[in-house]
Design a protein around this ligand. Structure first.
Ligand SMILES: NC(=O)c1ccc[n+]([C@@H]2O[C@H](COP(=O)([O-])OP(=O)(O)OC[C@H]3O[C@@H](n4cnc5c(N)ncnc54)[C@H](OP(=O)(O)O)[C@@H]3O)[C@@H](O)[C@H]2O)c1
Length: 305
């Protein structure tokens, strides 16, 4: 079965936790649970989780590759991985990194992202290396992450001129407490170029699950401190709006945050990670929650500006 990138179920499973805050056994259970709930895309990168002391990157892909082999579910999922944050995007780096990812995953990559914009390397050189990987069947499709709208235009123009395979997906940072960084420019660029959009930090590292409401809560997880800015500004108003919708629907806040993203016209699927099966259940519940237009308006108003 070939699952088209732009037709995947509207929730992707984030893999940066595999081998980090989710050990291998937990990660296996999460991937099994995700597929059983109807999920189809799993997102990883060669750099996950190099930020952890003692890790070098590739830990997430290794766990994912072991699960693919043990579960026999390769044909039920779309595998997305990325290169760029560890050593940039020079052609020889891209090729070497891709070979490493393929080895760890034990399979071809369905969607291979330029994880970041490496302006030290001419775009044509990087995109030529990606094009070669597509032609060799190592990579099925190409995506862009952390690019500005202007650079997306340049990427597309370069691919057109050079006859290279064009990116089909964009992975931006976007959620209810981070709207402008996507809505002011990137959303239009995605529409202009027909890119499927997969959002990251979709539940703001857990803030939009409602578990960080005061500074004391920030010690709840190694991710806690990432949420400090949201305790002020529009964060509390967004949580209040979500609390009201949770009271109406019975849905947990994490589910509502993902359903809001999935309802945005340019979003193909939000990406979110979980570190327990209980958390996963709240994420996959978004696959069957449709917010009313009134609820969407309430969330839009609380999160705007
Ligand atoms: N392209 C990029 O530059 C980029 C950057 C970042 C991430 N990503 C991708 O996007 C994915 C998603 O981002 P993310 O995992 O960093 O952040 P996220 O999805 O916004 O937050 C997920 C974290 O929130 C907590 N959580 C999940 N469900 C919960 C629930 N129901 N109740 C309470 N807490 C819950 C868990 O952390 P705790 O263990 O702390 O509870 C979980 O690991 C990543 O896995 C990665 O694949 C891409």
């Amino acid at each position: 079965m070939t699952i088209e990138i732009d037709k995947v179920a509207p929730l992707a499973l984030g893999g940066n936790v595999f081998g980090w805050t989710a050990d291998a056994a937990t990660s296996f259970a999460l991937m099994d649970g995700f597929v059983a709930a109807g999920g189809q895309m799993i997102d990883t990168a060669d750099s996950y989780s190099a930020w952890v002391p003692g890790h070098v990157g590739g830990e997430s892909e290794t766990v994912l590759g072991e699960w693919l082999k043990a579960s026999g579910k390769r044909n039920e999922v779309v595998i997305a991985s990325k290169v760029g944050f560890l050593e940039g995007l020079a052609p020889e780096v891209v090729r070497r990194a891709c070979e490493g990812s393929l080895k760890r995953l034990g399979t071809e990559i369905d969607l291979y992202y330029l994880h970041t914009d490496d302006q030290k390397v001419p775009l044509a050189d990087t995109l030529g290396a990606f094009d070669a990987l597509v032609r060799e069947g190592k990579v099925r499709r190409i995506g862009l992450s952390n690019f500005t709208s202007e650079r997306i235009d340049e990427v597309m123009a370069t691919c057109e001129t050079e006859g290279f395979a064009k990116p089909v997906a964009l992975q931006p940072w976007y959620n209810l407490v981070e709207r402008t960084r996507y809505e002011e420019g990137l959303a239009d660029a995605a529409a202009r170029h027909g890119l499927a959009v997969f959002t990251y930090y979709s539940i703001a590292n857990g803030f939009l699950a409602g578990k960080y409401r005061s500074k004391v809560d920030l010690s709840k997880s190694p991710r806690g401190l990432r949420n400090i800015a949201y305790l002020e500004g529009r964060g509390p108003a967004v949580l209040a709006a979500m609390d009201a919708i949770s009271a109406e629907t019975g849905a947990p806040l994490a589910t509502i945050a993902l359903a809001w993203l999935a309802a945005q016209p340019t979003v193909t699927a939000p990406i979110a990670s979980a570190t327990s099966e209980a958390q996963l259940a709240e994420l996959t519940a978004s696959l069957s929650l449709t917010l009313t237009s009134e609820q969407l308006e309430t969330l839009d108003a609380a999160s705007a500006g």
